[in-house]
Design a protein around this ligand. Structure first.
Ligand code: SAM
Length: 435
């Protein structure tokens, strides 16, 4: 199983290499010491991950070649814009035309898009964002794996099922060896090239422990590692980067300071944002975003969240629905509608960085059965599969009935690849240079 296509190195300029994929040229950062012109490599998230033998690469490329072009053609067909805009008001037609041409769209216009309600108008919005996704990023869809290694948390986020205040949750903590083995399996057996290591803010894992785990995973298998254990401090960020982490997944949750404070009594928004800024300065790839549908949140807040995500130089936008958990103070607050989530994804594509990835979150899949297909044709181009061993994943209960939490990894992979194939997407992340 393969989530990346090997590419050939055709130029090396200091740390930046140019890689050829069936004639498409992409840049990537190289940290391998022995890379030469003409070598075949796997890249992920803009990083060279692994050098592979020429005969192995050529064998993989020959099986990919036909499929690669077939998928591209299908995606192109499915994302084609329909020039007919019958029954659409003039104002909307104008905003969508500007969006499709990458012209600046005003905040008031983006808010108008977020307020759309009529089905035929929403469909047109999603078509435009899908068109933009295809235009800027082609048909590649990145598939990251996520290992949730501890559900202990010292924080008391008011919406979160693993908050320290939830006394009825059965807690688990994977051992260092279990985490390293799970990562090894995900990379070597299932073919993942990028993994997120996520947990609550668990004091039992010191930065030193996390560094050890990251270094050991990277020693055993080449993989792009994202950390997601909350606020580890600036020194912690630097040490984790040194140990080999190259990405961070950390939502700021909401850019509205009042809502943030209400939902995170022990924390403040500035500190979360400062962490993300520091991580970017250190060279981390940033995955960030917010929750959709928080109590008291307005469309103005959602738009501010999208703009903040852009400001934070996110290479991947993660926006998912708030889902009420019965053991939290927000049990009675309703989740957002499926349309509200799709509109947010579409506006991320229109107002966000054109090269950014947008992920269909597991939260969205929990809210809507067809979330993956719906999200991917509304501008998204990434998915994250849960590769936590099944005996642990059922207790990583941040909200109830989490999609896929009881599914075997292989079953998730097969289902995802089928959806991607049907949409003409290639499960690859060809990589673009960040920074
Ligand atoms: N400790 C890390 C951190 O602080 O980012 C990662 C763990 S935290 C549980 C991961 C994410 O779960 C949060 O960023 C939050 O958006 C999401 N989450 C928690 N409770 C949720 C809920 N009830 N509905 C939807 N998402 C939720």
């Amino acid at each position: 199983m393969c989530y990346a296509i090997p590419g050939k190195v055709i130029e090396i300029s200091d740390k930046i290499v140019t890689v050829d994929y069936f004639g498409e040229k992409k840049k990537a950062i190289n940290e391998l010491s022995n890379l030469k012109m003409g070598d075949y490599i796997y890249a992920q998230g803009g990083y060279v991950i692994k050098n592979i033998a020429e005969d192995e690469a050529l064998a993989i490329l020959s099986t990919w070649k036909e499929t690669f072009f077939e998928l591209q053609e299908l995606d192109l067909r499915l994302s084609r814009m329909d020039s007919k805009k019958q029954g659409i008001d003039k104002k909307l037609a104008l905003i969508l035309d500007k969006s499709a041409e990458d012209l600046p769209v005003k905040d008031s216009e983006l808010l108008y898009l977020l307020s759309l309600k009529k089905q035929h108008e929403l469909e047109l919005l999603f078509k435009v964002s899908n068109f933009l996704r295809q235009k800027h990023l082609g048909n590649s869809c990145c598939v990251h794996g996520i290992i949730e290694f501890s559900n202990y948390c010292s924080q008391d986020c008011q919406y979160c099922g693993i908050s320290t205040n939830n006394k009825s949750l059965s807690r688990f903590r994977m051992s260092q060896d279990e985490i390293i083995d799970a990562a090894y399996l995900a990379v070597e057996k299932h073919g993942f090239k990028a993994l997120v290591l996520q947990s609550g803010e668990d004091p039992a894992f010191s930065v030193k422990d996390l560094c050890k785990i990251i270094a050991e995973i990277k020693k055993r298998s080449p993989v792009l590692i994202f950390i997601s254990s909350g606020e580890v401090g600036f020194t912690g960020l630097a040490r984790l980067y040194q140990a080999g982490a190259r990405g961070i997944l950390m939502r700021f949750e909401t850019s509205n300071p009042r809502i943030y404070k209400e939902l995170h009594p022990k924390r403040d928004l500035e500190s979360r944002i400062a962490h993300l800024k520091e991580a970017y300065k250190l060279g981390y790839l940033i995955i960030t975003g917010g929750l959709i549908g928080l109590p008291g949140q307005t469309n103005e807040d959602i738009l501010a969240d999208i703009k903040l995500t852009r400001e934070l130089n996110a290479e991947m936008y993660t926006f998912g629905p708030f889902l009420p958990h019965p053991e939290t103070p927000l049990v009675k607050s309703p989740p957002p509608s499926v349309e509200a989530v799709l509109k947010t994804l579409a506006v991320c594509r229109i107002a966000g960085d054109k090269e950014a990835k947008i992920v269909v979150t597991t939260g969205f899949e929990t809210l809507a059965n067809r979330a993956r297909e719906q999200g991917l044709i509304a501008g998204a181009n990434s998915v994250m599969l849960n590769v936590t061993p099944e005996k642990f994943s059922k207790n990583y209960c941040i909200y109830p009935n989490r999609a896929h939490s009881k599914e075997a990894i292989q079953k998730q992979i097969d289902a995802t690849l089928k959806i991607l194939r049907n949409l003409g997407r290639a499960p690859t992340d060809l990589g673009i240079t960040h920074g």
